[in-house]
Design a protein around this ligand. Structure first.
Ligand code: CTP
Length: 319
């Protein structure tokens, strides 16, 4: 299963399901939300039985030497060799070592963020996690600018930066990475075969241009551990989305987690269209069997956790 093969498909018929407004149970209520510290503690402890974000957030230098072979996490028959470039960028210690924050924002990429005015609120959190190197500057009012931890699937290089093959896109990419401003760039490089040449080009660029980022590459067990946790809690998620991975990891070091930009539905609660991403024209694809994610199921789960005070799921405008 290559990342490319999970291509974004538009399945028109499935959208009919969403012609009607969403049922009330999917509409998160924001008023009166209060964190349930006891529950947060219990969830953290429970998740720690499966993974420890401090350790699983990234492999570290001492675990590998150049030339070592890694079996892809979701494709065990295929392998990758640890290059000198990759090895030199592996962190010496976990980028989350001993980190603890009062409040964190996990920012998903749904179009529900457009016109939300949530930028200020998002930036006011102690730690801001963002997904897939989404653009910020043009959308700052709605999504903010602060980033402490940014994920990037290798496929982003192909899809958004044309494989970094020409000087213009390379420059755009370098500019985007400069905005990370000494924060963490997290690349799931060992999930599936297909992205290794992109990861190598990115790594070379970061070294050559001395870009201000701290690299992290998730451990080989992270996805299985996260899946295991949710499965034990009867949430059958074959392949957790980046957003769910980030929430699950954040429980380790955040006392209060606020989620923004999680809305995997083409319409809002009043029936108005919602873009899949706030920043591009990608279509909804998770209705198709080709998509590995179960975002609506994830959403329902997060919504339930919101109602219990375990996290805050923000799906409306910020006031
Ligand atoms: N998301 C959401 N609703 C959307 C789009 C995204 O809830 N309409 C959340 C998902 O948790 C997703 C995260 O925001 O993982 C980041 O979005 P995106 O960059 O689109 O991630 P994908 O590429 O879709 O999914 P992944 O990286 O997990 O393969």
């Amino acid at each position: 299963e290559s990342e490319q093969s999970t291509s974004r498909l538009m399945v028109n018929s499935s959208e009919k399901v969403f012609r009607k407004n969403l049922p009330a149970y999917l509409q998160a209520t924001q008023e009166g939300w209060k964190v349930n510290a006891t529950l947060v503690g219990l969830i953290r402890k429970d998740i720690l039985r499966f993974l420890d974000a401090e350790r699983d957030v990234s492999v570290i230098k001492s675990s590998f030497k150049p030339g070592d072979t890694i079996h892809y996490v979701l494709d065990r028959r295929k392998t990758l060799n640890v290059s000198h470039t990759l090895h030199s960028l592996l962190p010496d210690v976990s980028p989350l070592k001993n980190k603890r924050f009062k409040t964190c924002a996990v920012v998903g990429n749904s179009g529900v963020l457009l016109k939300s005015g949530c930028g200020k609120e998002i930036d006011s959190h102690d730690f801001v996690i963002r997904c897939n190197l989404a653009p910020l500057a043009e959308f700052a009012d709605d999504v903010g600018l602060r980033s402490d931890f940014t994920t990037m699937n290798p496929s982003v290089i192909q899809r958004v930066y044309s494989g970094l093959l020409n000087e213009t896109v390379r420059e755009n990419f370098v500019q985007r990475l400069r905005l990370l401003n000494d924060s963490v760039l997290w690349i799931p490089a060992f999930m599936v075969k297909g992205g290794e040449k992109h990861v190598e080009v990115v790594n070379e660029l970061i070294l050559k241009r001395k870009l201000p980022v701290h690299m992290a590459y998730p451990s080989l067990r992270l996805v299985h551990a996260v899946r295991g946790y949710w499965l034990t809690n009867k949430v059958n998620i074959k392949r957790p989305s980046t957003g769910l991975l980030m929430y699950t990891m954040a429980t380790r070091f955040c006392d209060e987690i606020h989620l923004y930009g999680f809305w995997p539905f083409p319409k809002d609660s009043s029936g108005n269209p919602v873009k899949y991403h706030y920043y591009d024209m990608l279509k909804y694809r998770y209705f198709s069997n080709a998509s590995p994610h179960r975002m609506p199921l994830e959403f329902k789960t997060l919504k339930m956790l919101h109602s219990k005070g375990a996290l805050k799921l923000m799906t409306s405008k910020c006031t």
